[in-house]
Design a protein around this ligand. Structure first.
Ligand SMILES: Cc1ncc(COP(=O)(O)O)c(C=O)c1O
Length: 507
């Protein structure tokens, strides 16, 4: 004998009108879940659609739609409109187990049974890159998004959609859209002294993918890698995920201490470096160090990962030729990105690899995610070919030079003796050194309470550093925001300690 439904049980079904999911889908989910977890047992009679609609305050059609879906999937039987019951055909033991199981959580537990590699990947703070709302002072690595020539990009994209050949909608070359690779070769040759053929260029989804592919292709678990200390966390994560054993190699005013690297781990497989503008210290690797690094790599058959993430921005003097352009032994894997020159969400970057690695990188790219979207690549190729890229760069260089000057000026005026800017006139951020007595992580935490992002230098290091500092990005915010940010930083540092003298910066 069918049991009558309890209206009380069903009245507990709460539909949420603010959810984007349609009401009939919500009702369907709530009822199917109640059946699967045995809150509604087989044979239970569901209320008439009209009565349930009145009970829930929804249109009758909403209930009819939900019931029809349940009927079609076998959760209920009967006939919508003249009596429906929870199906007897559902296997009882499965329902029992489901009723007992706890609701899924996002917390990663041992039952997630990740591989060792998976556990390393899962421990990386992936969301630290995620931005919401307008960028605040002083988040590093974000360009001036509101200065991006949106309208030009939109027009180029519209034109591409109108003229794109139908066959471009199929799978394309995993190494990237050829005209874009040609444009990259021309640009790198002129501005960075990188010497390569278009065949050596592989378009990727930003530097992060380049680092990930390189780490996976070149390293076995346990292989030793020289990591700049302090250094870029994105690179650290990709290398660790490939099982690398990282050896921190200190950086001084001339860049990576190659001599220390050799002393600590002569037989390393890979060295990760940011020679144009070390991240985060902001120094440029001297020519002598570059040559020494190349010599070591050639002699030990090691690879150099040259991450040239923001070399476009240099506000005094000429940039030094990229390591790739000085390399005569084909040991350098050069990595560039459009995240800083255009915008990070574009997710386009590139690798320039030695000829004997080209096919391996193409295969790795194809395995990872086939290719980058063709339309974006084509629009970018047009943006470069029609001169907009060069114009945007010139405009941004002038703007960032002003913003940098405003930041340096405000820090020197307001925070003299508390913060000392030590990085060169380049890039999108400065390194501001704190007196030795001050814990940079504590200052960063306090800055956050004053609505300022000022990552602590210590967070970029694998070891304990001799001094702390703050990494301050200035490109994404205007001069007023920069001055206001410095005022807030002053509060964050001063609250921490009132007794700071210049001598506190002693080495
Ligand atoms: C050293 C370094 N490399 C690369 C990148 C850029 O990464 P992507 O091209 O994946 O956006 C950044 C961004 O902050 C960086 O600081």
């Amino acid at each position: 004998m069918p049991k009558r439904s309890s209206f009380l049980t069903l009245a507990a079904i709460d539909l949420d009108r603010s959810e984007p999911t349609a009401l009939h889908r919500q009702l369907y989910y709530r009822l199917s879940n109640a059946i699967l977890t045995r809150r509604l047992v087989p044979g239970t009679r569901l209320p008439p659609t009209r009565a349930l609609a009145a009970e829930l305050g929804v249109a009758r059609n909403t209930v009819v739609n939900a019931f029809e879906q349940l009927l079609a999937e076998g959760y209920i039987e009967g006939k919508v409109g003249s009596g429906t019951y929870v199906s007897h055909a559902l296997p009882d033991d499965v329902l029992q187990t489901r009723a007992k199981s706890s609701p899924p959580t996002r917390a990663i537990s041992s039952s997630a049974a990740l591989s060792k590699r998976g556990a390393i990947i899962a421990s990386a703070p992936a969301k630290q890159w995620q931005d919401s709302g307008r960028p605040r002072a002083f988040r590093p690595g974000i360009p001036a998004l509101d200065e991006f020539p949106f309208e030009t990009w939109r027009q180029l994209a519209n034109k591409r959609w109108r003229t794109l050949a139908r066959d471009s909608l199929s799978y394309g070359e995993p190494e990237g859209y050829r005209p874009l690779r040609q444009a990259i070769v021309a640009y790198l040759g002129q501005s960075r002294g990188v010497r390569c053929e278009p065949e050596q260029v592989i378009v990727v989804a930003g530097s992060q993918q380049a680092l990930d592919l390189a780490a996976r292709l070149l390293l076995d678990p346990g292989d030793v890698v020289w990591m700049e200390e302090p250094g870029y966390r994105g690179a650290r994560g990709a290398l660790l995920a490939a099982g690398a054993k990282l050896v921190p190699v200190p950086v001084d005013a001339e860049g990576l201490r190659v001599d220390i690297g050799i002393r600590k781990a002569k037989a390393a497989r890979v060295a990760y470096v940011t020679p144009s503008h070390q991240y985060p210290l902001g120094v440029t690797m001297s020519l002598a160090r570059r040559l020494k690094l190349l010599e070591w790599a050639a002699r030990s058959n090691a690879w150099i990962l040259e991450d040239d993430y923001d070399s476009e921005y240099r506000y005094s003097g000429r940039p030094l030729t990229a390591l790739q352009g000085l390399d005569t032994a084909n040991r350098v894997i050069y990595i560039g990105t459009f995240s800083k020159v255009l915008f990070p969400a574009l997710r386009l970057g590139y690798l320039v690899v030695p000829p004997n690695l080209v096919d391996a990188f193409i295969a790795a790219r194809a395995m990872a995610d086939r290719q980058s979207p063709v339309l974006d690549q084509a629009v970018l190729a047009d943006f470069i070919a029609e001169g907009y890229f060069a114009r945007h760069l010139r405009h941004m260089r002038a703007l960032y030079a002003e913003r940098r000057a405003a930041l340096v000026d405000a820090v020197n005026r307001e925070l003299d003796g508390m913060l000392e800017i030590t990085s060169e006139q380049a890039g999108l951020h400065v390194m501001a050194r704190l007196p030795q007595s001050i814990d940079d992580r504590e200052v960063a935490r306090r800055a956050a309470t004053h609505n300022v992002e000022a990552p602590a230098l210590s967070d970029y290091a694998l070891t304990h550093l001799a001094y702390g500092g703050l990494v301050l990005g200035y490109a994404a915010v205007n001069e007023n925001e920069i001055r206001e940010g410095v005022r807030r930083l002053e509060l964050a540092i001063k609250n921490r300690s009132n007794k700071i003298t210049k001598s506190a910066f002693a080495d």
